[in-house]
Design a protein around this ligand. Structure first.
Ligand code: HEM
Length: 405
């Protein structure tokens, strides 16, 4: 067991952006790092040199270890972008247990599989309606604006009790928050605007509650179990996480399928819900859109893959590499909708594993099971090299997807 120390000048920069030559794969520099072993060091923008974990088993071991923290205000936390001077107050995604568990428990019931399954017919209706509009509207069209963004935005608005008419505001604000090229001040302003918006909604629901998730949180505020500020922060987290991620999976997933016609044909020409479900898992694994690492800091000395990680050292779990680890998935760089990819780490792992995954899965199953069957001649209306990929995004995807049929 050794604690490796590299000379600073040997440590490569942490690659944040994917490569235009292989836009569906992790950055080539991450494959180079993996050649050195499942745990290496990388350098961040501030000169710090956290551990980079590329191995699937090692990532799960760290993410499942209670001796790591997700609190970005802790010294040593590997912030991959500069933080604003006062820091950012995140909801339970940036907290540790028991505080994290206290808040998360308040919102687990609405995301339980049974509750989400009950929403499937309503989601199918939304998807069918948007496809009707798509087919009746201009051709070619940008699939992101016409379909990929509205589906999850309509669904999360309904679930939370947020008016969909405000979608331009929350979609634009989310974009700023998760764009790597935003300044710390712009990101801070985005967080504040979203918080103020949710706080306003919580205020309205205090006097005029509805049958939605935010109203449920308001009940807890009234009971003194939750502060109004905590409720607004949780609402903001779920609103951002609930639309942007799934929207990117819809658009980027469609593009990946269009580039793999044999795989697209399986969905377009078949009618097997099991295949659709496995396609969702495989596309989550293959694309791993929430990239740039799950970020943690060790709170005690821990041993990972024979290395000692000291208390206060940062850890970056590159899930896109964990999902391409040949030890975990055979021929991992191949998109294969028939494989069993359910063990992927695209939703993270451990206590912070995605709360909304039953919802995301159900939405994607409805979309992938419907869109290509109803629009069988769907194709890209431009060259792949013209597609604006989100090389600047902490959530990966495409800014636009011009399609025709
Ligand atoms: C395809 C879509 C999605 C992907 C790929 C995704 C991915 C992730 C990942 C990787 C994490 C772990 C973060 C970490 O460990 O630091 C996470 C957490 C989270 N996600 Fe998702 N997500 C998706 C959809 C959703 C949806 C629809 C919601 C609905 C509200 C949601 C809500 C959350 C929340 C609240 C957390 C924080 C959980 C915690 O800290 O306990 N996500 N997600």
């Amino acid at each position: 067991m050794t604690s490796t120390s590299h000379a600073t000048n040997e440590i490569p920069d942490f690659p944040m952006a994917r490569d235009a030559r292989c836009p569906f794969d992790p950055p080539p520099a991450l494959y180079d790092q993996r050649e050195q072993g499942p745990m290496t060091r990388v350098r961040l923008w501030d000169g710090s040199t956290p551990w980079l974990i590329t191995g699937y088993a090692e990532q799960r071991a760290v993410l499942g270890d209670p001796r790591v923290s997700a609190d970005l205000s802790r010294p040593g936390y590997p912030a991959t972008v500069p933080l604003p001077p006062g820091g950012v107050k995140r909801s339970f995604i940036g907290m540790d247990d028991p505080e994290h568990a206290r808040l998360r428990r308040m919102v687990t019931a609405p995301f339980a599989i049974k509750r989400i399954e009950a929403m499937r017919p309503a989601v199918q209706k939304i998807v069918d309606g948007l496809i009707d509009d798509l087919l009746a509207g201009p051709n070619p069209v940008d699939l992101v604006q016409a379909f990929a963004l509205p589906v999850p935005s309509l669904v999360i608005c309904e679930l939370l009790g947020v008016p969909y008419t405000d979608h331009d505001f929350f979609q634009d604000t989310s974009k700023t928050i998760i764009n790597r090229t935003s300044t710390p001040e712009q990101r801070q302003a985005g967080h504040q605007a979203l918080h103020a918006y949710l706080d306003d909604l919580v205020g309205q629901k205090l006097t005029d509650p509805g049958d939605d998730l935010l109203s449920g949180l308001v009940e807890r505020v009234k009971a003194g179990e939750l502060s109004r500020q905590e409720a607004a922060r949780m609402g903001a987290l779920m609103l951002i996480a609930g639309h942007e991620t799934t929207a990117n999976m819809i658009a980027l997933g469609t593009l990946a399928l269009l580039q793999h016609p044999d795989q697209l044909a399986l969905l377009r020409d078949g009618d097997d819900p099991k295949l659709v479900a496995s396609a969702v898992e495989e596309l989550l694994r293959y694309l791993n859109i929430v990239h740039n690492g799950r970020l943690r800091v060790a709170t005690e000395d821990i041993e990972v893959a024979g290395q000692i990680v000291r208390a206060g050292e940062g850890l970056i779990m590159a899930n896109e590499m964990g999902n391409r680890d040949p030890e975990a998935f055979s021929d991992p760089d191949r998109l294969d909708l028939r494989r069993d990819a359910r063990r992927h780490v695209a939703f993270g792992f451990g206590v912070h594993q995605c709360l909304g995954q039953p919802l995301a899965r159900m939405e994607l199953q409805v979309v992938y099971g419907t869109l290509y069957r109803r629009v069988p001649t769907l194709k890209l209306a431009t060259g792949l090299d013209q597609v604006p990929f989100k090389f600047d995004g902490m959530v990966y995807g495409v800014h636009e997807l011009p399609v025709t049929w």
